[in-house]
Design a protein around this ligand. Sequence first.
Ligand SMILES: [Zn+2]
Ligand SMILES: [Zn+2]
Length: 262
Amino acid sequence: MRIRQAIYQFVDDVIELIWPPNHCLLCCGLIPATDLLLGVGLCQHCRHDLAAYNCCPNCATFIHSNATPEQLALHHRFCHSSQVQGIAAFNALAPYAGQMRQNLLQLKYHGQRRLAKPLGQEIARAWQHTGWPADVIIPVPLHAEKMKQRGYNQCDLLAKACGEVLNLPVLSNVLQRVKATEVQNKLNAEERKSNVESAFACEDGIEQLAGKNIILLDDIITTGSTMRACAVALQSARPAAIYGLAVAGKLLQTESFEKFAD
Ligand SMILES: [Zn+2]
Ligand SMILES: [Zn+2]
């Protein structure tokens, strides 16, 4: 298992050396070499477009600044009923739609591990904008069986890239997924909740989390049920706070521009 992972990593490193990812994560346009050296994954145009969205800290929904009062009221109703206990606040990089959705599908199901680095670096920038405190990053774990099939945990890779930028330690082994769960995207909110309930447990080393601000990192936040289940397991460590961070959150359907059209 470890040898397979080491080989994957080596191949990725060689490819990256010869052909570094140099396309914008949203529009696929070329990123200037000077920006690439700084670990930038978005072109200026897309960064500007993303700035028109606000990621709701309560439910991780992306809301465009053009949202109508009716759409805002809709969000309010949804948001009010979707409070995720145990998570102090959520943040994500972009809406789960268009090219960002494709990036995550490629990373998760098509072995495109190299996408994790620019995505992780950009999540780190999104985090820096929040100004929230953080001491450690914990990626949402995969079940051992899934890990065996896929060969890697995409959240682990994202967390490592994010941790390098934020200069924070990544603890990948403290939290374990002890229950093999169904894929969440075919389930409704209630089914999602019961699917992941008791799916996570803390292993040795939990005492180091006491009084710490934890970033819990996932690839997508939809209903927040996975994050909530992780938070339940982590609460036994008595952390100061747990924040949910992800590449993508759901998009409130407004007059979204074509970049986020499915
Ligand atoms: Zn772009
Ligand atoms: Zn909300």
